[in-house]
Design a protein around this ligand. Structure first.
Ligand code: EPZ
Length: 419
């Protein structure tokens, strides 16, 4: 599917202010969690992203009512009536996060049938840990013809140890456990800020979740969940993308509507390269006016360096002073962007989970493709600093995670437009 391209010229250092939107990776699980409730939930600061629209369509398909209230600037979801407990392949295939409706539907209706989410550019992305959690809570799971069924008259609290702190598995199991009989403990779970936001949303609806944001979360099941108003946390990955772009272009920008605590790993790494960062409670100023020092990065579950900022940070390292080693430990195949970087003159050698990046003095504009949403954002950063003109195609990937990214970059002085 080819819908449009970005044409980007070499641009002056980025300057000015950019306001960050609500977090994509927080609003998606929260929209799924609304299926657990009996009354209207109103979500504020919902980012207008294609992933949000796809999930909204899926929720309506299974019977929820949704409404964008332009006056109150919120998305309301009412899930009293669930008419279907299965979703069709093309919608779930479009977006893996659709799998997050499994836990809520299983807990609310006692049965669910979903297509197994396919892999994508960054890896096979199995859901075995999600299913392990559901079966530990007494669900009967079966898989055939590319679908997975789960059935349980009433889920029972369980003690679950996750082999890997999977974000999605942690979220799916927490959601299922809110209506289970008894207490569920999840150990070695993910502690991303998005897990805390989901837990705060569910507790506002009457759930009893403790420990979100740590390695162990405890959920006491309750009879039913009500509605609530909830403001989604700012998107730390969008914020990090603009912070890196400012550093890479030797610019000076202020990023507003952020939670500095969520950006600690990226702030630390940027400072290591010599970038100046000034923090205040809701905004951060990033400025750079010198050589970018080469540094090593290793992606890890939170609070380690986020996998989602690996590609954007590699853009900056592509023309840093020296050799950097980028190690991707979260996904098994998240270097698809390296081929596109090399078309622009980057000097990168991949050795299984690591990429050795030798900084070059100059990148050159080229025709490149966005292979996933974060790789697409990284190519924009490359294009801003490269000599000449760059054409990025397959930009629908970028629209999944960044709302009208070109408007925000244009306001900072970038020379780019969408065709
Ligand atoms: C979430 O994906 C995010 N997506 C991803 O952001 C993010 O990169 C990822 O967490 C890691 O932080 C959303 O929140 C919608 P995982 P998720 O389960 O939940 C393996 C973006 O760009 N695994 O923590 O799918 C898996 O294969 C996207 O916004 C299993 O083996 O991530 C992967 O290697 C990309 N079995 C690793 O864990 C399972 O059952 C991390 O996956 C589940 C996961």
């Amino acid at each position: 599917m080819n819908c449009g391209k970005f044409i980007i010229q070499n641009s002056p250092p980025l300057r000015g202010r950019v306001t960050i939107g609500g977090s994509k990776n927080s609003v998606l699980p929260i929209m799924a969690a609304a299926l657990l409730t009996e009354e209207k939930c109103s979500l504020f600061d919902v980012p207008e992203l294609s992933d949000v629209y796809v999930l909204e369509k899926l929720l309506k398909q299974i019977g929820a009512c949704t409404e964008w209230d332009t006056k109150r600037k919120c998305l309301s979801i009412e899930a009293k009536r669930i008419v279907k407990t299965e979703a069709d392949y093309d919608l779930v295939g479009q977006m893996r996060a659709s799998f997050l409706i499994m836990g809520p539907l299983l807990a609310k209706t006692g049965e669910v049938k979903l297509p197994l989410p396919g892999g994508c550019a960054i890896g096979t992305r199995p859901v075995d840990l999600h299913l392990k959690g559901f079966s530990a809570m007494g669900a009967e799971i079966s898989q055939e013809h590319g679908y997975v069924w789960a059935k349980a008259k009433k889920l029972a609290g369980a003690h679950i140890y996750l082999d890997f702190p999977s974000v999605g598995a942690t979220e799916n199991i927490i959601m299922a456990a809110t209506l289970a009989e008894g207490t569920t403990t999840i150990e070695n779970c993910a502690n991303e800020p998005e897990i805390v936001d989901l837990s705060n949303f569910l507790n506002s609806c009457g759930a009893q979740i403790r420990g979100a944001g740590t390695d162990t979360v405890r959920i006491n099941g309750v009879e039913k969940l009500y509605g609530c108003d909830h403001t989604v946390i700012p998107d730390r990955i969008e914020a990090g993308t603009f912070m890196i772009a400012a550093a890479a272009t030797n610019g000076d920008i202020t990023v507003e509507n952020i939670v500095p605590d969520h950006l600690k790993p990226i702030i630390a790494k940027l400072r290591e390269t010599g970038v100046t960062i000034e923090e205040s409670p809701t905004k951060i100023r990033v400025s750079n006016s010198g050589i970018i020092k080469a540094v090593d990065i290793k992606t890890l579950p939170y609070p380690g360096f986020p996998s989602d900022l690996q590609a954007p940070f590699m853009s900056m390292l592509s023309h840093a002073n020296g050799i950097s080693v980028v190690t991707e430990t979260v996904f098994e195949n998240r270097f698809m962007h390296v081929g596109e970087f090399k078309r622009m003159g980057a000097d990168i050698k991949i050795d299984s989970r690591s990429a050795v990046v030798e900084g070059v003095s100059k990148l050159t504009g080229a025709q490149v493709k966005a292979t996933d949403l974060r790789a697409g954002a990284a190519l924009i950063i490359n294009a801003l600093i490269a000599d000449g003109e760059t054409e990025i195609s397959d930009i629908h990937h970028i629209d999944r995670g960044y709302h009208r990214i070109e408007d925000k970059f244009l306001k900072l002085g970038a020379r780019m437009h969408r065709v």
